[in-house]
Structure formats: C-alpha cells, structure tokens
Design a protein around this ligand. Structure first.
Ligand SMILES: *[C@@H]1O[C@H](CO)[C@@H](O)[C@H](O)[C@H]1NC(C)=O
Ligand SMILES: *[C@@H]1O[C@H](CO)[C@@H](O)[C@H](O)[C@H]1NC(C)=O
Ligand SMILES: *[C@@H]1O[C@H](CO)[C@@H](O)[C@H](O)[C@H]1NC(C)=O
Ligand SMILES: *[C@@H]1O[C@H](CO)[C@@H](O)[C@H](O)[C@H]1NC(C)=O
Ligand SMILES: *[C@@H]1O[C@H](CO)[C@@H](O)[C@H](O)[C@H]1NC(C)=O
Ligand SMILES: *[C@@H]1O[C@H](CO)[C@@H](O)[C@H](O)[C@H]1NC(C)=O
Length: 580
C-alpha cells in the first residue's frame, strides 16, 4: 500500500514535518502522519517529538569514534532537523548547505516531483537464483566432527571495537577454540574511550543460549577456574596482541604461534582481538562453525529485542506477519498478539540507510567534499589530533590528489550522493528512510540536499520515546544494536560503504535469513564517481539508467569467493544449504 492512500490521521503537520520539501510534490507531504501509532496515541507522539530534542543532548550513542576536545555541543534544538545536529557541528558553525551537484539535485527533485509510480521491482531482489540458498536445518549446521574430549587449555578474549567488530571477534574466537581444542571463556569487551560503553557479552547477547547452541562444538565457560585466575597471563608470556599475529592469520599460524603457549601455560589471552582469523584456506568445519556462531548462536538479550521489535513495528506502522529475519533477530517479541485488524491493512515500506559519513571517516579518507578552504582546514586539524599515525605513513607514501582519490572510488559517499543514488533508482520523495548511525559530518549543512529530496527521515531517536531509550542511553553498543535490528529488518537496506562492519554483517544476515526478499543496495563507489564526473552534462534519463545498472550489478550475490568474509556473504556450501 502506498503512503498517499493511507487513511489520514489527525496529527498536526507542523509537529511532525521534517525539514525540506519534496519540491513541488505537495500531496506527499512531509509529515510522519500515518507512519506510526494510532489516534489514541497521538498525545504520546506529541510528547515524543517534543522531547526529541532533548534526546540529542544526552550523552547518547557514539558512532562518532574519536573523542574530540574541540567538539562544541549544540545546546538547543528547536526543530526536528536537530537529528543531524549535535556534536557533529564540529565544523560548520553557520550551517549553510554544502552542495557538490546543484544541477543534478535540481534534475532529481523535478524528476521526483513528476514521479507517479515507483517501479514495482524496487523493493524486491532482482536475482531469483539466490532463493535456492537457505539456512541449513539446525542439525546440518551441527555436522562438525564434534569437540575433543580433552581441552588443551583456556582461551581468553578481549575484543575491541564497537558492537559489530566484537561480533566478528566472538565468532573468530569460537573457531579458534575449536581449532586448538581449547575451552573458550565467554569473551570480554574492552572498554574504549571512544565507545564509552561498559557493556559486556551478557548485556548484549544471551549467554546461556550462546553456550547451548555451541555445546556440541566447543566447551565454553563463563569464567576461568580459580586456579587459573591467579596466573599473571602477561608475565608468563601468554598474552597475544596484534603484534604477535598477522591480520588475517591462517589455522597454521594459530597452531604454530598460539598452540605451544596454550599447551605450556594452559591459558592464552587474545588482547584487542578482532579480525585475526582469515577466511581461506580454512577447514570446512571451521567455516561452518563460524557461520553457526554468527547466524545461530548470537541472539540479542530480551531487553534489546523488546525495544528493537517496538522500533521495527513503529517503522512498519502495523504488525505484519513476522518474517524469518524478524523471528531470528527478535524472537518472541515479534509475535502478533494484537491488532489483527490493523495487520490486514498492510505495512508501509521503508528503506534503511547506513550513511557512513561521520567525521572520522571523512577525515581519514583524505578526500574533499566540496566544502572548500574551511573544510580542508578543519579536516586537516582533525587528522592532526586524531590520526597521527596516518600522517606519519603519508610522509613516505606517494601523494594522491583528492580528485584522484575520488576517481578511484575511495571517498565515502556524502548524504547528497546517497540521495542522488536513491533518486536515480526511482524511490519516491515520500519514502521513509531510516537513518542508522548519527553525527553526520557537517550536520544540517550536509543533510540539506538529502532532506530536500527525501524529507521523511526517521531514526531510533524519533521512533522511540525518551523513556524507551533511557535504559540504553549510556550504552553505545546497545544503541548500535537497535540500528542493527532496524537495518537488518528493513524492506530495503542501502549501504554507502561496503567496507563498514555494520553494513557487512547486516547484509550477510539479510542474505542468510531474508528468503530472497531482503534486497541490499551496494553502490560501487568507483563507478559512481565516474558517473558523477559528468554531473555538469549528463541528462537525467542517462543518469538513472547508469545508476540502476550499477546497483543491479551489486545485487548479484554469487557464491562466496576465496578469501571473502563468510559473515558478509554466507552463500556457500560451508554456511548455507542449497535447495534443490
Ligand atoms: C529557537 O527558536 C527561537 C524562536 O524561534 C529562537 O529565538 C532561538 O534562537 C532558536 N534557537 C536556536 C538554537 O536556533
Ligand atoms: C529548523 O530547521 C530549518 C530548516 O533547516 C532551519 O532553517 C531553522 O533554522 C530551524 N529552526 C531553528 C529554530 O533551529
Ligand atoms: C584436537 O582433538 C582432535 C580429536 O580429539 C585431534 O584429532 C586433534 O589433533 C586435536 N588438535 C589439537 C590442536 O590438539
Ligand atoms: C620513510 O622512508 C625512509 C627512507 O626510505 C625510512 O628510513 C623511514 O623509516 C620511513 N618512514 C616511515 C614512517 O615509514
Ligand atoms: C549515564 O551516565 C551519566 C554520567 O556518566 C550518569 O550521570 C547517568 O545517570 C547515566 N544514565 C543512565 C540512564 O544510566
Ligand atoms: C562535476 O562536473 C564538473 C564539470 O561540469 C566537474 O568539473 C566536476 O569534477 C564534477 N564533480 C565531481 C565531484 O565529479
């Protein structure tokens, strides 16, 4: 069902209207009316949106990696556009819009204004072949040779990074424990000054469930036994850091480097563990176990599932029958207990977008984004205070000019570019777009071209009340879990950077459980850059055609190729089962 035909509800427009307008498109007004709650809840909505502003004042989630003493916190938020303000107003004090593609933006907004009907294939996966891959039956997943009776010792893991990096670390640790016949102690998460989240495994994932799903594969304990605890792991030489293992180490590396320590001391500690186990070559049962860990053993705790399902229901507005993805992610909380009548009315489709355009990424890329001298100066000073190692490395590297970086596809997509891609694909102006993450670099000045084309931007902060978010407030990883859920369950998921861990894990999950009905859009940055160099001359039809072709090619999910992540692309015999 299309948004325009939804029954109108008496919510004042101005209360819910986002910044920007859909050009001359008046009938698709930019209110959120009809999006979420029923009439009886209007008061709640009013309160929600009233309180909205304050949410951003709180020390909320930090997708923003690096602390910056220079950050000024914007202290007052007057309207809902404030979702893009906050600590990211690091640079643009005046917040005048920054555009790189005025001509294309104008073409896009008049094209969207004329757009009557979206193509029906926008919300589905184009390649039906993918449907022959399915999650394996539980028992097939458990077809590992079985765990060894004798344990060679204990493996301690301290995972670094945020939610998604930790997830990869956990499953890599499971595989390593199996490989070394070791007992895994439930991984610890390192506290970082960047994420500022003290959450531990059990605050995010269901510990008991994790242990029980993997019980036939490896031994897992909650803590080291007392006689081991007294050992000074570092002093006995059993601490393993990134310096001891290459980045994508093989099973041979682990046997050679880690096993002797484990046998000698009965314990090893992987400190700052992350991406330290490569994907190939690895015995097939290890791949299978990794896959089982990522897709079957890790369930969010009920606290996250509960609020996550609330978020998903509000984004969809009505309770539709839960999909396999919903059930896997949210368990019983997605059950349809109420509102059968409402359910029959169908749901609103929404797109989730992970816009990886935060200041750390922007500065690190060394690219330029149309902001001129000020931008150059600000990003330079950001690099100086946050990336001294990068600057050191650059001294010896051959210089690549910003335009060349752009041409080679190494620049993160700006909100403007992301909006142009969506417009090129033909998503209507009224499309509800869930924005994952936050603290867009440049704030409103950067979001303006985006909201001009797509004003209906939704986030967890404006879909959930302050009260609902309160238990998560100081826990950036738990907040990130809500974004993870919203992206994984969205009708369409669009990423801007296929290298980001969130995008990669979410797209893998959608492939695994999505039953071929969970399309993911992956722009090819190099091809996009080539198309956009013609921004001064290209006509809209040609632009659309080339964007569509680019996205379609990214949607071909073939069998995982050698060395590629099984978390991102589970379509291979070691992970999924081929349905005949
Ligand atoms: C909020 O709005 C009021 C009245 O429109 C204005 O005086 C005030 O400066 C605004 N605050 C900010 C931070 O924009
Ligand atoms: C509300 O958003 C509009 C659109 O960006 C902006 O021009 C205006 O300054 C904002 N209002 C306040 C008071 O911040
Ligand atoms: C692990 O146990 C299996 C079976 O008990 C044995 O074949 C294998 O060699 C052991 N591997 C290591 C690294 O101890
Ligand atoms: C840069 O190159 C010089 C000479 O080739 C070398 O001595 C120096 O260690 C290099 N510096 C870095 C940071 O790699
Ligand atoms: C969050 O942390 C701040 C300071 O660190 C503390 O004052 C506040 O009570 C905490 N809030 C919650 C909901 O835990
Ligand atoms: C946009 O087009 C102009 C020519 O009209 C070109 O000089 C510029 O490099 C293009 N911008 C980008 C980012 O490719």
């Amino acid at each position: 069902m299309e948004i325009e035909t939804m029954e109108e509800e008496a919510i004042p427009h101005d209360l819910l209207c986002f910044v920007g307008s859909c050009s001359s498109l008046r009938h698709v007004s930019c209110s959120l009316r009809g999006l979420y709650v029923r009439k009886t809840h209007i008061r709640t909505i009013a309160v929600t949106f009233g309180l909205l502003g304050f949410l951003f004042l709180l020390d909320s989630f930090i997708i923003f990696f690096f602390e910056s003493p220079n950050l000024q916190s914007t202290s007052v938020f007057n309207n809902s556009s404030s979702v893009f303000q906050g600590r990211d107003s690091y640079i643009n004090k005046k917040q005048s819009p920054v555009h790189m593609y005025d001509r294309l933006l104008n073409l896009a907004s008049s094209a969207l204004a004329k757009l009557k009907q979206e193509l029906s294939n926008l919300w589905v996966e184009p390649y039906q072949k993918a449907s022959s891959w399915e999650p394996c039956e539980e028992r097939k997943v458990q077809s590992n040779p079985g765990k060894s009776v004798k344990s060679n010792g204990y493996i301690l893991v301290s995972a670094n990074g945020g939610l998604n990096q930790q997830r990869v670390a956990i499953c890599n640790a499971v595989a390593v424990a199996y490989l070394l016949n070791a007992t895994l102690v439930i991984p610890k998460f390192l506290y970082s000054n960047v994420w500022k989240d003290p959450s531990q495994f059990g605050d995010i994932y269901q510990e008991k469930y994790f242990m029980s799903v993997l019980k036939d594969d490896i031994s897992i304990v909650k803590e080291l036994p007392p006689h081991m605890k007294s050992k000074d792991v570092e002093a006995i030489g059993s601490q393993i850091t990134d310096a001891d293992l290459v980045k994508e180490a093989t099973s041979v590396d682990y046997i050679k480097i880690v096993l002797p320590l484990l046998l000698r001391n009965g314990v090893v500690h992987f400190l700052g563990y992350g991406n330290r186990l490569g994907f190939d070559p690895l015995p097939s049962y290890i791949q299978r176990l990794r896959c089982k860990c990522n897709f079957h053993a890790l369930k969010f705790v009920p606290k996250i599932q509960q609020v996550g399902s609330l978020l998903v229901k509000r984004i969809r507005k009505y309770n539709v029958a839960p999909s396999m993805l919903d059930t896997q992610l949210l368990g019983k909380f997605m059950e349809n207990k109420e509102d059968h009548e409402e359910a029959a009315r169908g749901s609103i489709k929404s797109l989730a977008l992970h816009l990886r355009f935060e200041v750390d990424m922007v500065a690190y890329s060394l690219c330029e984004f149309g902001g001129g001298k000020n931008e150059r100066k600000d990003l330079k000073s950001y690099r100086e205070s946050h990336f001294p190692l990068l600057l050191e490395r650059l001294k010896n590297a051959t210089y690549i000019s910003p335009p060349d970086l752009r041409k080679s596809g190494r620049c993160p997509l700006t909100p403007e570019e992301a909006a142009l891609v969506l417009a090129g694909l033909g998503f209507k102006c009224g499309t509800y777009i869930y924005l994952a993450g936050s603290h867009i670099y440049g704030g409103n000045s950067r979001m303006e071209p985006f909201t001009r084309l797509y004003p209906n931007v939704i986030t967890k902060e404006n879909m959930l009340t302050q009260k609902e978010l309160a238990p998560f407030r100081n826990f950036s990883s738990q907040l990130a879990a809500l974004d993870f859920i919203a992206c994984a369950t969205a009708d369409v998921f669009a990423m801007t950077d296929s290298g980001s861990q969130l995008s990669s894990l979410v797209s893998g999950l959608r492939t695994y459980y999505g039953s071929n009905r969970a399309p993911t859009l992956r722009p090819n940055k190099k091809r996009l850059a080539a198309i956009l160099t013609e921004n001064g001359t290209i006509d809209w039809n040609n632009f659309e055609e080339r964007i569509k072709k680019m996205i379609q090619q990214g949607q071909k999910v073939g069998i995982r190729s050698y060395g590629r992540s099984i978390y991102r692309n589970p379509t291979c015999p070691d992970c999924m089962c081929k349905h005949q």
